[in-house]
Ligand binder design. Structure first.
Ligand code: NDP
Length: 334
C-alpha cells in the first residue's frame, strides 16, 4: 500500500517536504463490530480546505490532519471489502478516503449510474460542483438579469458557478490569475467579461470596467484585497456568498478589510456557507446537473495529475494557482 503521509503541522506556505511518499506492507482488514468499507482508491481531489487541516488548530469545521497518518480528502474508489450492507464488492463510490492505494472509506455515496466520465463525479458532480450549486441557487438569491462577479472563476467551483449563473439568466463576470484562464472564462464557460487580477492590480478599476452598473452578487472565493475592492462596487441590496478565501489560507495574520462600512451604505447581505450543511439539495443537484451535461448545456475542465506520488505537488500547486480547472489526482484505473 503506497501512502502520502502528513509529516507535521505547517506555518506559511506548505512544501512537498511536509508530506512523505511511503510504501507499507500493512494490509487493511475489516474490523470486528464495525461497518467498514475498504476501497481501492481511484481518484483523489485536491481542495483548498486541505490547507486548513495542515494547521495545528481545532478552531475549524473539520479536524486537523494527524502527523504520521495519510492525508485524507474527497475521492473516488472501488469497493474491495465491505462489512456494511449498503456497499458491495465492485461498487464505485465517492466520499472521504486516505491518500493511499487502499483505504477505509467514510461518508460514502454509491455511484449507481455512471452517466458521465468517472472523474466528473469528483468535481463537477462532486463536492466542488455541489458547492457551486448550493452557493448559487440557495445562497446568492439570484434574479434574472443580475450581474454576478465570481473570483477564482476558472477553478473547480468557479467554472460551475459561472455556468449555472449564465443558464439562470445572469450577466456573469469573473477573474482569474492567468491569460489562459481568462480566455477559458469567456471562450468556454460563457462568462460575459473577465479579467486577469495579476495583470490588473487596480482591482477597483477592473471591476468598474467589467461591471459598470455595479455588482448584484459576489461569489467570494479569494478574500483579502479582492473583497475590499468588491465591497465598494456592490449595488444596493447586493448579496455576497462567502464560499472561501483562498488568498488567506497560508497567512498567519489575515489581511485587513477596510471597506466593511459599505455593508451598511449598500445594505448588503453577506452569507458564509458550507456545502455540507445543504445535503437536502443533493438529489436535485444530481438530477439537474447530469441532465444539463447530457443536453450539452455545461462543460467541465479538469487538471488531472497522473499517479499518487504526484499528489503533494498537485495540492501545493493548487494553492499557487498552477491548476487549470479542477485539480485531481488519478491513482488507478476503475
Ligand atoms: P480552485 O480550483 O479555484 O483552485 C484554487 C484557485 O485559487 C487557484 O487555482 C488560484 O486561481 C486561486 N488563488 C490562489 N491563491 C490566490 C490568491 N492569493 N488570490 C486570488 N486567487 C488565488 O479551488 P476550488 O474551486 O476547489 O475552491 C475555490 C474556493 O471555494 C476556495 O476558497 C475554497 O476554499 C472554497 N470552497 C468552499 C466550500 C464550501 O463549502 N464553502 C467547498 C469547496 C471549496 P487563479 O490562478 O485564478 O489565482
Amino acid at each position: 500500500n503506497r501512502q502520502i503521509l502528513f509529516k507535521n503541522f505547517v506555518v506559511g506556505w506548505p512544501q512537498e517536504s511536509d508530506m512523505e511518499f511511503v510504501t507499507t506492507k500493512k494490509k487493511l482488514e475489516l474490523r470486528e463490530g464495525q461497518k467498514d468499507v475498504i476501497v481501492r482508491v481511484l481518484y483523489l481531489s485536491c481542495d483548498p480546505c486541505q490547507r486548513g487541516r495542515m494547521r495545528n488548530s481545532t478552531d475549524s469545521y473539520i479536524p486537523p490532519y494527524t502527523p504520521g497518518k495519510p492525508i485524507e480528502g474527497y475521492g473516488l474508489g472501488k469497493v474491495i471489502l465491505s462489512s456494511d450492507p449498503a456497499f458491495n464488492e465492485g461498487d464505485i463510490v465517492s466520499g472521504l478516503m486516505g491518500w493511499e492505494d487502499y483505504s477505509y472509506g467514510f461518508r460514502l455515496v454509491k455511484i449507481d449510474d455512471l452517466a458521465l466520465p468517472i472523474s466528473y463525479y469528483l468535481g463537477a458532480l462532486g463536492m466542488a460542483g455541489f458547492t457551486a450549486y448550493v452557493g448559487f441557487f440557495r445562497i446568492c438569491e439570484p434574479k434574472k438579469g443580475d450581474t454576478i462577479y465570481v473570483s477564482a472563476a476558472s477553478g473547480a467551483v468557479g467554472q460551475m458557478v459561472g455556468q449555472f449563473a449564465k443558464l439562470f439568466g445572469c450577466r456573469v463576470v469573473g477573474s482569474a490569475g492567468s491569460q489562459q484562464k481568462v480566455d477559458l472564462l469567456t471562450s468556454k464557460f460563457g462568462y460575459d467579461e473577465a479579467f486577469n487580477y495579476k495583470e490588473e492590480p487596480d482591482l477597483d478599476a477592473a471591476l468598474k470596467r467589467c461591471c459598470p452598473d455595479g455588482i448584484d452578487i459576489y461569489f467570494e472565493n479569494v478574500g483579502g484585497k479582492m473583497l475590499d475592492a468588491v465591497l465598494v462596487n456592490m449595488k444596493v441590496f447586493g448579496r455576497i456568498a462567502v464560499c472561501g478565501m483562498v488568498s488567506q489560507y497560508n497567512k498567519e495574520v489575515q489581511d485587513p478589510i477596510y471597506n466593511l462600512n459599505y455593508t451598511v451604505k449598500r445594505r448588503l447581505k453577506i452569507h458564509g456557507f458550507l456545502q455540507s450543511d445543504h445535503m437536502d439539495v443533493q438529489p436535485e443537484f444530481f438530477k439537474n446537473v447530469i441532465q444539463w451535461f447530457k443536453e450539452g448545456k455545461l462543460v467541465y475542465v479538469e487538471d488531472i495529475a497522473d499517479g499518487l506520488e504526484k499528489g503533494p505537488a498537485a495540492l501545493i500547486g493548487l494553492l499557487a494557482g498552477k491548476n487549470v480547472g479542477k485539480q485531481s489526482v488519478k491513482v488507478a484505473d476503475p
